[in-house]
Design a binder for this molecule. Sequence first.
Ligand code: FES
Length: 295
Amino acid sequence: MSGVENDEPTRPEPSIGPLTFAIGVAVLLVGLIVSPLVIAPLGAVIALAAGFLWVRSNRGAQHPENVHPEAAPATNEERFPRSRLLERATLGLGGVVALGATLPAVGFAVLPSFLGQRRRSIDLGPITNFPVGKFVVATFLSDPKAGEVSRRAAFVRNNGPLGTLPSFTIMSSRCTHVGCPTQPNGPLFFDQRKAERTAGGEVGLVPSQPSGFGCPCHGSQFDTEGNRTAGPAPRALDRYEFTIRHGRLWLGRLYSVSRVDATGAQARIHSFPLAGDGQPVTGLESWLYPISPPS
Ligand code: FES
């Protein structure tokens, strides 16, 4: 009589794949809310890696060398056990959920680069309208087709030449807290106002002599470089890129700034891609800040 025989079918080694996959999907979903650019991709990577390993471990368990001869399926019903069907259905469903959650975020983040994000330049007129060392409050249409509702203001200071190149400080008047229009803390010389006719509509130019800029909504204060000095705003005033073409000053894209060291033409600007209202651009808060709706 032979020894004791084990009639138990050989079971695949327990895998941590499903659990890791579920954790990856959970991290992905949480990341889409709190940090779509850092935590969400991390979750996607975890989910994909876990899913891959899960599938591989399943395949390994199915390989003939890994199947005990006495546990080999004898009938068609056993070749496709219910547990495997459920496992694959879970994996497939998880993949669909992960794709459904990831694709819109990836689309919003990536597609604008391919579709040509609107890069509208705004003509502010001849640079002679901007005396060296003085602030001018320029108002302009950010979208001429939309008309006056798109009128915006920028604080423009001609810093004089930097080597052979002209230097301008051009800050958006929009408060970085929740977007109220900040005002110069100092006189506005409306009697010296100029109106410049451009292809993009009328540009208003009012000289000013501010000691800083203040927000009437919740009291944020900014110095003449746009650094936040008080209040709930999370960063400095946003700035415009600029170009000078044929002696005229053109505004380019907006970008965000955490802080500015030094002043005028010597300023060292700590710049970031344009952030949303209330969004910090440095520190732990910038990682945890929720997704902002496009503005
Ligand atoms: S919007 Fe400026 S302080 Fe709140």
